[in-house]
Structure formats: C-alpha cells, structure tokens
Design a binder for this molecule. Structure first.
Ligand SMILES: [Zn+2]
Length: 277
C-alpha cells in the first residue's frame, strides 16, 4: 500500500536535504543493492549526486515526512556503480512493497510528462500548471492530467469451475481470467459483460466489484469483478484468445504471477473452493 504517502506537486517550504529519488531511464527504475536487498536511493541533491543529468523531475509527495521525487534521465544513461536500471515487473518480488507502490506512482507521472510535451489539440509546447498535477497549453488552454486507462478483469464462476483463457498477447503460455479496456461511455459492469461475450461468447449474471490495482504498463487501472455464468457455450475470438475453458480449483493450468490482480482473483476462487470442500 502507498500507506502514509501524501501526494503533492509542491515541495514544502524550506524543503531541501535528503530525499528519496525514483529515477527512470525509459521505463526502467534505478535501484541500488543495499545489504542484499534492493533499495531506492536517498540523495542530497538529486540525480546529479550520481553524475546523472535529469531531463525532467517532479515532486511526488511525502512518505513519513520523507520527500519523494521522480526524475527522468536519458535512455542511454549508464547506471552508477552498485546500481542498476530495472523494469518494474521484475522488481515486484525484490523491492519493498511500499517503495514498489511509490515506483508505480512515479513511473506514471514520468510517462505522462514525457508523452505530453506538446498540446494534443494545437501542437504548442505545454507547460506545468501551478499547484496541480497537470499540464496546460499556453496557446489554446487545453489542460492535460495524468492519463489513467481503466480496464476490467473478471473471475467468472460456473458451479465449482472458473473460466480461464490464454490470450495471444500473453508472452508465456499461462491462463488467466478475462480482461479488457473500458470503452468510452460504458459502465464498468457493461465493459465486463461485453468483454466476456466478445472474447468467449458467455453471458454473465451477478457482476460484483472485487477490488482494483494500479497497473503501470503503462497507465492502466485494473478494476476486478466476480460474476456468475448465465448462459452460452465457449466460442473464442481467435484474434485475441488461443484457448479458453472451465477449470476446477484442483486442475488449474499455469497461472499468472503474484504481481497481478488476475492472480488475486484466481486465488480468491481457489480459497473459496477449499472452504466448500
Ligand atoms: Zn493547445
């Protein structure tokens, strides 16, 4: 959890001294090895302490009174001695969970800033809006906020079985619960019903909220649901799905990693079945 993190765009008065720095090269975060653990560097004067030149930087807020900043350095920047640039997926297991959540905040701010350098309406160079996490166009006034793309993900139960599919976008051969982006004008529940109908031809009932997870690859918010089978037979959309089926808790295929809410939904199903048995 972000926990005691207080987000802000304005450093407190008299701010200075050591701060926690989330430094990105592309989408990779700079981490240091400390006592066998990975850690986020604390720096007195930002990236230049490490001989790195920041392209852009942001005050993110404070955690337990410690100021937290993000910075972007060039993609060809070399990591300082004893440090490395690492993708966020691979850091999930090795970085303290509070720092991991802050890294998720940081990468989304960095990516938004990098991709909103110019106005999307008139092409003018944008500038930061004072006191807000926003960028504005000095010519036409268009304001851009960090982009968050909602996606739904759903565990569909049919009796003691769970609907799982292998999407062709998955890099490895694992099965997961179905997910998809919310379309403009849709409710979340409509998005759940549409995605499942489109991808595997199944109708749903009792679509209920489960939980959510920021998913910074690059800017999603995954919104999890549970639902019950209400009709139809599996008929896969071959453009998106390689295979789909109903799986009992004791016959699950290869599963997604612990990082994802997909896995939380599958674990929820398994625990529920174990209580029934
Ligand atoms: Zn403009």
């Amino acid at each position: 959890m972000v926990g005691r993190f207080i987000p802000s765009v304005t450093p407190p008065e008299g701010q200075g001294g050591p701060a926690r720095w989330f430094i990105f090269s592309g989408y990779k975060l700079l981490v240091r090895m400390k006592n066998g653990m990975l850690d986020i560097p604390v720096l007195q004067d930002g990236p230049r302490d490490l001989g790195l030149e920041a392209v852009r930087l942001h005050f993110l807020g404070s955690r337990d009174g410690e100021a937290c900043y993000s910075a972007e350095v060039p993609e060809d920047a070399d990591p300082p001695p004893g440090m490395l640039f690492s993708g966020l997926r691979s850091l999930f297991d090795s970085l303290d969970s509070a720092f991991y959540r802050l890294a998720v905040v940081a990468v989304q701010v960095v990516d938004w800033d990098r991709t909103h350098q110019f106005c999307g309406r008139c092409g003018e160079k944008t500038r930061y809006k004072e006191g807000e996490r926003a960028k504005e166009c000095p010519r036409c006034g268009l304001t851009s906020f960090p982009r968050i793309s909602p996606a739904v993900i759903v565990a569909v139960e049919r009796g003691e079985k769970l609907l799982m599919a292998r999407a062709n976008r998955f890099p490895t051969a694992f099965y997961s619960v179905l997910a998809g982006f919310v379309e403009p004008g849709e409710t979340l529940e409509e998005a759940v019903a549409r995605e499942v109908k489109e991808e595997v031809g199944i109708e749903l009932a009792n679509i209920s909220y489960f939980g959510s997870q920021p998913w910074p690859f690059p800017d999603s918010l995954m919104i999890g649901f549970t639902a019950q089978y209400a009709g139809g037979e599996i008929c896969i959309d071959e453009a998106e799905i390689v295979d789909a089926g109903w799986f009992g808790a004791d016959e699950l295929p290869t599963l997604p990693g612990k990082i994802s809410i997909a896995r939380r939904l599958i674990d929820w199903f398994v625990e529920k079945q174990q209580k029934v048995d």
